[in-house]
Design a protein around this ligand. Structure first.
Ligand code: GLY
Length: 306
């Protein structure tokens, strides 16, 4: 039996005590703990890594402190456009959705894409239609769009150079896990970046970029400037280094984040290996993050020096 482990993130960015109000930090820590509770409850009862990452990400999607599901950032035209993916390392099965605007928990829709269709990635109104056909809970704009996200969009719209939130302050959520059988899984969910236009898609729903899992190597969930994470193929690249060169997950994660940085991007990753080890790494001042495992260890942190 492998010692199970669960690691989560709620987004990387310019997170410091002087940029993140204390009440928001406290709320985010409570949300991270709730997500760890949900995923750990699955794993402690002998459940699968796949069920655990979905359970943890659903909690973060429902929590308005994070940029996914409820509390997702808004696109330039004021709409929610949600992306998510999930991957099972045991057979490299994967599912993703992009541009979803009516499905309450995009991570669960991504899982249905994986299990109930022959496809890997569905988009837009078709993906929401599939969610309805699958009986997944729907929600309207008032559930997703919080007053704070509307204020952030207006702030961005007022800037003459506002392509989108170039500082990527509002993150993404994700989870990686290894279960007692030594299987790994990853899930990631996001609203993308504030002010995105023209159907922009980031790394989150793209298998091999923001989300990847392979029992022969590791599971990866990323957060950061998606365009760079796509160009570096972050999830697959970390797994390929582990599998083909024998690097440990910390060395592989550091090397790939350095490559992203060389391209001009910043962010973070969480990684879980089939031996029950897990590692987080980030090149931003902070990352909402948490970890727990079968030994009872638990850690929740936000800032870089914690
Ligand atoms: N990393 C999330 C995004 O760029 O959409």
């Amino acid at each position: 039996m492998t010692q199970w482990t669960l690691m989560i993130h709620g987004g990387a960015g310019i997170l410091r005590p002087d940029t993140l109000p204390a009440d928001q930090a406290e709320g985010a820590r409570a949300g991270l703990n709730a997500a760890l509770d949900a995923g750990a409850g699955v794993l402690a009862n002998g459940g699968s890594a796949l069920d655990a990452v979905e359970a943890a990400v659903r909690v973060l999607e429902d929590d308005p402190h994070f940029n996914a599901g409820r509390g997702a950032v808004l696109s330039f035209d004021g709409c929610v456009c949600l992306d998510a993916a999930i991957m099972d390392g045991s057979g490299r099965q994967a599912g993703g959705v992009t541009g979803v605007s009516a499905t309450k928990n995009p991570v669960s829709l991504a899982r249905r894409v994986m299990t109930a269709t022959p496809h890997v990635l569905l988009s837009g109104t078709g993906a929401d239609q599939f969610a309805r056909e699958q009986g997944l809970e729907q929600a309207d704009e008032s559930w997703f769009a919080t007053p704070e996200r509307r204020r952030q969009l207006e702030e961005l719209r007022a800037r003459v150079d506002g392509w989108f939130d170039a500082e990527m302050k509002y993150g993404t959520v994700g989870a990686v896990a290894c279960d007692a059988q030594g299987h790994v899984a990853a899930a990631t969910s996001t609203g993308g970046v504030t002010g995105k236009r023209w159907g922009r898609i980031g790394d989150t729903p793209l298998v091999g970029a923001g989300t990847y899992a392979d029992d022969r190597a590791c599971a990866v969930s990323a957060t950061g400037s998606g365009e760079y994470f796509i160009r570096a193929g972050v999830g697959h690249e970390i797994a390929a280094r582990v599998r083909l060169t024998g690097e440990d997950i910390a060395t592989a994660a550091a090397a790939v984040l350095a490559d992203v940085q060389a391209l001009g991007g910043t962010g973070g990753v969480i990684v879980a290996a089939p031996d029950g080890t897990a590692h987080w790494a980030f090149t931003t001042p902070g990352m909402f993050r948490g970890q727990t495992d079968a030994s009872g260890h638990r850690a929740v942190a936000i800032f870089g020096d914690e």
